[in-house]
Write a protein that binds this ligand. Structure first.
Ligand code: G4P
Length: 532
């Protein structure tokens, strides 16, 4: 097959949601449609349920399962779909944010009872930052949820994006009748627990068709009113607005009942973007370029603690990845050959000989890779847009076994390379401060340091509100660092970081030092370039 055909066949995306909205259920239904799994329940346990600090077994299980389901490839409608898994637990949200750098579009699942939740908003912010095209699936229509107009309004207001329903629910909860497809004007009738059968999909002559009365009884009147209102307030759907990330089409359904899922998948395959170009520090890399490029967006430790090797997940951005070919590791300035790159199909893993833009491959790594690393055929460029976010919880790392300080140093170095947490070092007092997005990460770190590196540690709480990277005028920076010396640290790359004690102090410092720039993601170098 022609190289460009390979690219145009790929659709790489992620399903994201606030925990419990139905991401796992929807993923599973997609995989069933794609033939990647045969029975329901195969990906069901892919999340940490109600986690507590002592849920180590769950953490371990999560690590195991998420390697297997990191990328789920399946074929559908003649396309090769790569579905990238994102962890459900909020303490792993940074993992999710990074996975979003490796996809071309997302499907966002919203629970119709709960509406837009905290994680939904945060995830959507990341999508908007990157103008990622988003399709919204409003799930659990078999429950009494919010009024659909109210939901649309809430989606627009809280997610800060224009939305356009492409299907419309006919009642909900116990009286849920089905959906009317506003795009192709057909009626999908709901049968709880079942797969939609041919009789359940009626091609009708728009909402005026008298067949509505036969099928829906009194609900036909309400549907007509609703559709009039929806069509009166929206222009015909413009796929380009969706592709630019300005407009999110909305579907309604019930994942557990397999209702509206096929319709969603069919629309997704019809409109979702093909692998796109990606910015680097020197130029935009287009997928059709001959030379291979790719970047690491996720690193996963080996499940077997006796083996220290890890799997680095690479998104192919251009050219063709080939097994046993020498590629250039740009940050380290050395060439590496990969003898057993892995691809994933459902939960099965197999060695791949080649991979194309849009694909994700797992490379066995013995410590060469960090998140954001770039591989090329020799060109010196680094992919951008794989930011490290400002952490939210901070603790000081204290060694409790002085005989194992080397192991602790190595362990924390490697685990932070993996992106489990961020490490800041303070010259004053030589303190090591670990920042994460959630409490659970500290439990993971402590457990893994002990079991994989034989190092024992303790974490002590610190009153830090936010860590932000600072840049700016040299004299002003020096002045600021002197004034706030007990709050200054460096990250692993030697960048200067301000550990603000409170929101109030941070705001005051921003005002008091206008020539110092405060950055909330590690992408500040690019921000600086954009400002210039
Ligand atoms: P997540 O990955 O987004 O966290 O959500 P997940 O799919 O695990 O779904 C969360 C819960 O919502 C599950 O119930 C699931 O069965 C249920 N669910 C998913 N889709 C629908 C739907 O369309 N309608 C209804 N009524 N429920 C739905 P659970 O009780 O937490 O788990 P389980 O015991 O069913 O496995």
């Amino acid at each position: 097959m022609d190289y460009t055909d390979e690219i145009s066949k790929r659709r790489t995306f992620a399903i994201i949601s606030h925990p419990d909205a139905g991401k796992t259920t929807l993923t599973e239904k997609f995989l069933l449609f794609g033939g990647a799994i045969q029975v329901a329940g195969a990906v069901k346990s892919n999340k940490i349920r109600k986690s507590t600090a002592s849920d180590f077994m769950d953490i371990e299980r999560q690590r195991g399962i998420s390697v297997a389901t990191s990328v789920m490839g399946f074929d559908y409608n003649g396309l090769k779909i790569n579905l990238l898994d994102t962890p459900g637990h909020k303490d792993f949200s940074e993992d999710t944010y990074r996975t979003l750098t490796a996809v071309d579009s997302v499907i966002l699942v919203v629970d119709c009872v709960k509406g837009v939740e905290e994680q939904t908003e945060k995830l959507m912010q990341v999508c908007r930052m990157r103008s990622t095209p988003v399709i919204i699936f409003v799930n659990k229509l078999d429950r009494e949820g919010k009024n659909p107009f109210e939901l649309l309004h809430e989606l627009e207001a809280k997610l800060n994006i224009r939305v356009q329903p492409l299907s419309w629910p006919i009642s909900m909860g116990t009286s849920f009748k089905g959906v009317y497809n506003l795009y192709n004007h057909s009626l999908y009738l709901f049968r709880p627990g079942g797969v939609t059968v041919a009789d359940d999909v009626l091609a009708i002559n728009g909402v005026t068709d008298p067949v509505l009365e036969q099928q829906l009884g009194d609900y036909a009147v309400q549907l007509r009113e609703d559709v009039d209102l929806v069509e009166g307030t929206h222009n015909p759907f413009d796929v380009n607005e969706y592709l630019r990330g300005e407009l999110a089409p909305v579907f309604f359904g019930s994942a557990i009942n397999n209702f509206g899922v096929k319709e969603l998948l069919d629309t997704f395959t019809a409109i979702a973007p093909v692998p796109g170009g990606r910015p680097t520090d020197v130029r935009l890399v287009k997928p059709g370029e001959k030379d291979f490029t790719g970047f690491v967006f996720k690193i996963h430790a080996n499940l077997d603690p006796r083996h220290r090797d890890r799997i680095a997940f690479i998104r192919v951005c251009s050219g063709k990845f080939e097994r046993n070919k020498m590629f250039h590791h740009v940050r380290m300035g050395k060439n590496i050959r990969f003898t057993s790159p892995a691809s994933f199909l459902g939960a099965r893993k197999s060695i791949v000989d080649e991979a194309f833009p849009g694909d994700v491959i797992g490379l066995y790594d013995t410590g060469n890779f960090k998140i954001g690393d770039t591989l090329t055929e020799g060109e010196k460029l680094m992919f951008q847009g794989i930011p490290t976010f400002s952490p939210e919880v901070f603790k000081e790392l204290v060694n409790v076994d002085p005989g194992k300080s080397k192991q602790l140093a190595k362990g924390i170095e490697q685990l932070t390379d993996e992106g489990v947490a961020q490490l800041f070092t303070q010259q004053q007092g030589n303190r090591r401060i670990v920042g994460t997005v959630g409490q659970l990460q500290f439990d993971v770190l402590q457990y893994r340091l002990e079991h994989e590196y034989g190092a024992k540690c303790r974490f002590e709480s610190m009153a830090i509100y936010k860590a932000c990277w600072i840049t700016g005028d040299k004299t002003e920076m020096e002045k600021f660092c002197r004034f706030k010396s007990e709050r200054i640290a460096t990250d692993k790359d030697g960048n200067i970081v301000f550990l603000a004690e409170s929101e109030w102090v941070l705001r005051n410092m921003i005002e008091a030092y206008p020539d110092v720039k405060f950055h909330f993601t590690s992408e500040f170098k690019r921000e600086m370039q954009q400002v210039k």
